[in-house]
Design a protein around this ligand. Structure first.
Ligand code: GLC
Length: 660
């Protein structure tokens, strides 16, 4: 709708900020005008229209902030914005492969990072998620997710200038960068929290603070606990001001109160601060939690989506090259909503974690049965065009089993028993389980639990290397069959994450098979959180073993490298809603076709410990009539046999068959 007054206001604001709206700033002006109406509606729907009630109109301030942010954006970033806009949904490309890493545990500090870039390039990684770098009190940091200063790089990593210099080097090398905005909470050492503790009412309103337990008790009754073992409940007592404050995560992470427009505008300024550091993708941490309401779980509320849409529109106007990743690790139906719904389809978060698929791969690996995974695809395929997933096998967090009971039931299992088995299998208590992981955040009331452990340890490499899985043969060492099985599982898991569609995000260390690190147990700042077992400190002498033929490191690294190379070489692996899931008539085998440039690639994954038989009819079922299939993974070609004969897949084998 044409809104004369609003558009005139924008024009006047642009001119007073000395923009050349008929010249170089024309595209920005167009983005502003085209989105102004929606922006205003989104803003007013949360914060109301205070125009006329005060001299300072917060919506006008928001418009001015957009203009200022755009003005301050470096010409190099504006140029990159324009290039990305020309490409459209640039993040759906098969050319991007990510890795998530802790700068200190990977390279020591920011200054050392540039010298590690060649290692990443050798692997094929060109996108980095740097785990939180901004100031966070040691011992109460939640791995950096308890931020005490959103603008100051923590001294243990280095300085803001070193960060900027790394960004420049990465950009020059054609690499992309992602960092987090921890939107839901701050550390209790943040300046706002300190002022609130000291009794400053203005800053107490930045948080959810209560004089007594009345409302906290009501909220606690419906809010699920996130860390029931280490931080039960969702409120903490603050003796300094004699109040209760909402702390959904740890007691030292205070939830921000987004009903207060001052909180929104302060956090939006932080978002823009990151955008103007040249960040390509902003990971919005824990967006499901940003709105709270009595009588609800305080997760995934409609207002949380409105706030995300508002942020998306602001970013699109002022710093359009920065895409948004919503870290919503919630039930599959809820995850989908973060891509936007109704008029906002593909206008909320550009990217979300495919946490359901990730967990279901672990499900299939433990059970050898892919039916639950298949049952989930109907839902996951609803993802809109122009958005994408982060596809991954492991990350710094635990593995949650939060997919729907109905998906488990569709595969013929009892949901409670099924999850119980998975928890026992991965924590190693199930008899004969090769996995060495641990249960994370066990809720004694509900028996819910998630799983910690590194990719390698969960796939059995830790036990295999220790000789615990030997069959009594003289086969100790890295050549024993149990080691090979573990490696095959690792590569199978990575292959599915890489080929599925979305930006693959490796977790550092997994490319050379780091097993669990138990040293966190003696660090009081970490011992209460077993997620640290799968966050390794890189020993470069271990990573160097990737150059030693036949070593475990070399076998995993080169297979990962080959997978990345393959994915980049085949256009069908970009994410264009070009996937068809198959029912390969064998419950142990998951399969999908990726379509592109007139070609069809059948990706098949045998999750079983035994060979799997699939009738050749599989390739004809979709209406194709190939005479031969070419496996891009092994390089081998096979003649397609008659319908009643079988293609045989070895245990944990996968294949990428192109039809000939
Ligand atoms: C996200 C992070 C996790 C952190 C939590 C609280 O889920 O990935 O590591 O504990 O947010 O900030």
């Amino acid at each position: 709708m044409f809104q004369y007054e609003l558009h005139q206001k924008i024009k006047t604001l642009c001119l007073t900020h000395l923009l050349d709206i008929a010249g170089p700033d024309h595209a920005f002006y167009l983005r502003m005008i085209a989105n102004a109406n929606t922006l205003q509606e989104l803003y007013y729907s949360i914060y109301g229209n205070t125009n006329g009630q005060s001299i300072e109109n917060p919506f006008d301030n928001l418009l001015a902030l957009l203009i200022e942010t755009y003005k301050q954006r470096k010409p190099a970033f504006k140029k990159r914005d324009a290039l990305k806009e020309e490409q459209g949904a640039w993040f759906t490309s098969n050319q991007i492969t990510g890795m998530s890493l802790y700068v200190d545990r990977f390279a020591g500090n920011l200054k050392n990072m540039p010298e590690r870039l060649p290692y990443l390039q050798e692997l094929g990684v060109n996108f980095l998620h740097l785990m939180p770098l901004f100031e966070s009190p040691e011992g109460e940091s939640d791995g950096g997710y308890a931020v005490s200063d959103f603008r100051k790089i923590d001294e243990r990593f280095g300085t803001l200038n070193e960060f900027k210099s790394l960004q420049e080097k990465m950009q020059a090398a054609g690499m992309y960068l992602m960092i987090d905005i921890v939107l839901n909470h701050t550390s209790h050492h943040h300046e706002w929290a300190k002022k609130a503790k000291a009794g400053d009412k203005k800053y107490q309103d930045f948080f959810y603070m209560f004089d007594n337990r009345e409302i906290p008790d009501q909220l606690d009754a419906t809010m699920p606990e996130i860390f029931p073992e280490s931080s039960p409940g969702s409120f903490s007592f603050v003796p300094e001001c004699n109040k209760w404050v909402m702390t959904v995560f740890h007691h030292y992470q205070w939830d921000l109160n987004y009903t207060n427009p001052a909180v929104f505008s302060a956090m939006l300024e932080n978002i823009f601060f990151y955008a103007n550091l040249g960040v390509d993708i902003l990971r919005i941490d824990a967006p499901a939690f940003i709105w709270k309401q009595l009588g609800t779980t305080c997760q995934n509320l409609p207002q949380a989506h409105t706030l995300l849409r508002l942020i998306k529109h602001c970013v699109h106007i002022a710093t359009p090259g920065m895409a948004l990743l919503g870290e919503a690790i919630v039930a599959p139906k809820e995850i989908m909503k973060y891509f936007g719904t109704d008029a906002f389809v593909a206008k909320e978060c550009d990217i979300a974690y495919n946490a359901t698929q990730m967990a279901l791969q672990w499900d299939a690996l433990a059970t050898g049965d892919t039916r639950v995974m298949l049952a989930a695809q109907h839902e996951l395929l609803q993802k809109p065009l122009g958005t994408t997933w982060i596809t991954y096998t492991r990350c710094h967090d635990d593995i949650g089993l939060g997919y729907d009971d109905s998906m488990i039931a569709a595969a013929g299992f009892n949901a409670y028993e099924h999850r119980k088995f998975l928890k026992e299998y991965y924590s190693g208590s199930y008899p004969g389980s090769p996995a060495s992981g641990a249960l994370f955040s066990v809720n004694p009331k509900t028996q819910d639990a998630r799983i910690s452990g590194s990719l390698a340890s969960l796939c059995g490499l830790e036990k295999a290397l220790a000789g615990d899985l030997n069959s009594g043969l003289s086969d100790a060492g890295s050549n024993n069959p149990a080691v090979q099985t573990a490696i095959s599982k690792i590569i199978l898991m990575q292959a599915q994450s890489l080929l599925l569609g979305g930006i693959p995000m490796l977790f550092y260390g997994d490319e050379v098979g780091y097993t669990n690190d138990y040293s966190y147990l003696v660090d009081p700042g970490k011992s209460y959180d077993n997620r640290w077992m799968h966050r390794p400190v890189i020993r470069w002498e271990k990573n160097d073993l990737r150059k030693v033929a036949g070593s475990v490191e070399q076998r995993i690294f080169s297979a990962t490298q080959q997978l990345i190379r393959l994915r980049k070489s085949i256009a069908a692996f970009s994410d264009q809603k070009n996937i068809t899931w198959l029912t390969p008539h064998n419950i142990h085998v998951a399969g999908f076709i990726r379509h592109g440039e007139g070609k069809h690639y059948y990706c098949l994954f045998n999750f079983n410990s035994k060979a799997a038989y699939i009738t050749w009819y599989l390739f004809k079922e979709q209406g194709f009539a190939p005479t031969e299939v070419h496996d891009h993974w092994t390089g081998k070609k096979q003649k397609v046999g008659p319908d009643h004969e079988y293609l045989v897949m070895e245990p944990y084998q996968f294949a990428i068959f192109e039809l000939m």
